[in-house]
Design a binder for this molecule. Structure first.
Ligand code: SF4
Ligand code: SF4
Length: 337
């Protein structure tokens, strides 16, 4: 099978061990209190300062990193966030932002446009204020996020809406999709709810039921990987997480991803280059082959959105079967249109 151009690029970058994308947890502070949140106030060991972030960005540049994705907590709570964005864009990184969208005003939308941010992803949990605010636990948050969406659209800043899909908001998802279609928003619905191992919250109880997943598969709210892939092509979940991507925690610790918190090193104690090329964690991940994974013997192997992080959270091993993915996958394949 012919490799698509992106696959070819990622394949080459992977062979050269280039850290294509760095995701930053710039802070774990947040002005919302979402019922599913596993991040807020969980890693409060002293946020990286602007000078530390600047130094790390230069180290990432030296390793040919191309994309910086800034997240939180809520990154706009940092007073120096625009300074960080300005530096990253000046350094010619492609810049992505993940935000709850409640803290931006018109001036901020104009600045994001001027800086040339590639995309900002905003979380929206329902089609109504009553639903959204019952998930963020902050009254008025829906109106603020909707206002930000309006401002971003007005100033032509590229954005995407991300919707975690729970049992609680399931009935509003179709309405939200209608709204998105009417307003021409790019929107994605995520049904994979991670268990939390470092938080007191237990988001698992919020997962959509089997019946809801079935209905989402039939109505195409649930988008799932169901195309056969060639051996060389690697799927989205294989591209990053220690191969082409990494997570930088708020105090400078480095992990394969936001979910997989196998600690690879600490940027306050070691250089990025040393962590990326020499850490046991990254080398362990890179030395695994397809047969290392329990999924390899599954009949759905080439038709499933395998997510190794969730296996790490469920069973302490990224090579184990990710049970929640198995559940969704099986319902999807039995019920897709
Ligand atoms: S907006 Fe994000 S970081 Fe803030 S409480 Fe909600 S899920 Fe957590
Ligand atoms: S996640 Fe489950 S269903 Fe999917 S390939 Fe792995 S074992 Fe099979």
């Amino acid at each position: 099978m012919e490799l698509k151009s992106f696959d070819k690029l990622f394949y080459k970058l992977k062979q050269s061990t280039v850290p294509f994308l760095a995701q930053w947890e710039l802070t774990t502070r947040c002005n919302l209190d979402c019922i599913h949140c596993c991040i807020k106030n969980e890693h409060l060991n002293g946020e990286l300062t602007f000078e530390e972030i600047k130094d790390i960005l230069y180290q990432l540049k030296a390793e040919n990193c191309m994309v910086q994705r800034f997240s939180g907590g809520e990154p706009f709570l940092r007073k120096d966030f625009f300074k960080i964005l300005e530096l990253a864009t000046k350094m010619q990184f492609a810049v992505l932002i993940l935000s709850n969208g409640t803290l931006l005003d018109e001036g901020d939308a104009k600045t994001l446009k001027k800086l040339g941010i590639m995309n900002i992803q905003l979380s929206l949990y329902g089609a109504t204020a009553a639903m959204h605010d019952s998930i963020t636990l902050v009254k008025g948050s829906f109106d603020k996020t909707m206002n930000t969406i309006r401002l971003l659209k007005k100033h032509k800043v590229s954005f995407k809406i991300a919707t975690m899909s729970f049992n609680k908001n399931f009935e509003e998802l179709k309405e939200l999709r209608k709204m998105a279609k009417k307003e021409k928003w790019d929107i994605g619905f995520d049904f994979v709810i991670f268990p939390a191992i470092w938080s007191s919250k237990d988001p698992v109880i919020l997962r959509a039921s089997d019946e809801q997943i079935k209905s989402a598969a039939k109505s195409k709210l649930l988008i799932w990987s169901n195309k056969k892939a060639s051996k060389k092509r690697f799927r989205a979940e294989d591209r990053f997480r220690g191969h082409l991507g990494l997570e930088i925690g708020s105090s400078g610790k480095v992990f394969p991803s936001v979910i997989n918190r196998m600690e690879a090193g600490d940027l306050r104690k070691s250089t990025f280059s040393h962590i990326w090329h020499r850490s046991k964690v990254f080398n362990y991940i890179r030395n695994l082959n397809e047969k290392s994974f329990e999924c390899f013997s599954c009949k759905y192997y080439n038709k499933c959105c395998r997510n190794r992080d969730i296996a790490y959270l469920e069973q302490g091993s990224i090579t184990a079967k990710p049970l929640e993915i198995c559940r969704i996958n099986q319902i999807f394949h039995k019920n897709k249109e």
